[in-house]
Design a protein around this ligand. Structure first.
Ligand SMILES: NC(=O)c1ccc[n+]([C@@H]2O[C@H](COP(=O)([O-])OP(=O)(O)OC[C@H]3O[C@@H](n4cnc5c(N)ncnc54)[C@H](OP(=O)(O)O)[C@@H]3O)[C@@H](O)[C@H]2O)c1
Length: 293
């Protein structure tokens, strides 16, 4: 199997690069070696490689900065994925792409299914939603996995932030009104790899039968405060924690440039019913992530 992977230095992309190795030839790229804002170079690269599978883990993920860099976010999150989908269609390849819980407005109070209407509150969410639409419009064999609150132990994320606060401050305040599914990048990469392994050496027919949009995130859901407390409990360096209190706060007390939706937990039932596999519960995955690094 010839796989072309984008975003190999990112949280998810790094784990994909690692886990995909057993499946065949993996050609992996990231910025600045390839720049999604330059469509001609992206087109040339995909044509030169002629992959069977394209996996796109590259994205413009700075949610606040996207508010002032909307055009760049759109090029990376919507237009480049659209081009990849068109090229996959023309080459007879399949596209695997990731999207976000931030396509939702967070108002429902129950986990979102794929049938719920998206309504992004910020530029990042809008550009990711536009990317989903453009991919499906291109008509390639595409699987889009909407995920949430992705962390890894090797790149900055909520986990590293909480640990650094806990090792330097006696009291931390964490919002308890933002709720979603913490998702370990490694588990997400490994489940993607498992699917491709199931698809076999001629993956297109198997993937075409299952093409579509899926919610795919850590099992269960938590508030940021619950997540932070679990991070502290699993910290292998607990003896160096100076934090004594983790206090609840409301998002409104910490205004950010981009508005965050509040309750964006994803219901991953469709994925589980289709593929007979699911991501582990978020607490278990966090425990494994912090134990193994
Ligand atoms: N992180 C989350 O909490 C979260 C939540 C829901 C969904 N997702 C989705 O999950 C996927 C993976 O996210 P992640 O957290 O692994 O992202 P990440 O760690 O930010 O990695 C994204 C990668 O894309 C690269 N990139 C940025 N601009 C580019 C450009 N112009 N051309 C080519 N590559 C470029 C980045 O390079 P630089 O580092 O050099 O910029 C980085 O290596 C994305 O589709 C994201 O939208 C993430």
């Amino acid at each position: 199997m010839k796989i072309l992977l984008f975003g190999k230095h990112g949280k998810l992309g790094w784990e994909l690069h690692r886990s995909l190795q057993g499946l065949g030839r993996v050609l992996a790229y990231d910025y600045p070696e390839i720049d999604f804002t330059v469509p001609s170079s992206l087109r040339r690269l995909v044509e030169d490689i002629g992959p069977q599978i394209v996996i796109n883990a590259a994205a413009y993920t700075d949610v606040d900065k996207a508010e002032s860099e909307a055009e760049r976010a759109k090029l990376i999150n919507a237009e480049a994925p659209a081009l990849l989908a068109e090229m996959c269609r023309d080459l007879g390849a399949a596209l695997i792409h990731y999207s976000t819980d931030y396509v939702f407005d967070g108002q429902t109070g129950t986990p979102y299914t794929e049938n719920d209407a998206p309504r992004p509150l910020n530029v990042y969410g809008q550009t990711k939603l536009d990317g989903e639409g453009a991919i499906f419009q291109a008509g390639a064999t595409s699987l889009i996995f909407r995920t949430a609150w992705v962390y890894s132990m090797r790149r900055a994320s909520f986990v590293s932030k909480v640990l650094s606060w806990a090792h330097s401050q006696p009291e931390i305040r964490i919002v308890d009104d933002q709720i979603s599914n913490p998702t370990w990048a490694r588990a997400l990469a490994e489940i993607t790899t498992q699917l491709l392994a199931k698809a076999g050496p001629d993956p297109l027919p198997w993937l075409s039968e299952r093409a579509g949009l899926y919610h795919l995130a850590g099992g269960g859901f938590a508030s940021r405060q619950e997540w932070a407390k679990a991070i502290l409990q699993n910290d292998p360096d607990q003896t160096h924690q100076v934090v004594q209190r983790v206090l609840p706060a409301r998002s409104a007390e910490f205004p950010t440039v981009a508005v965050r939706p509040l309750f964006t937990a994803l219901d991953c039932g469709k994925f589980e019913r289709t593929f007979a596999v699911r991501l582990p519960d978020w607490e278990l995955a966090l425990n494994l992530a912090m134990e193994t690094g």
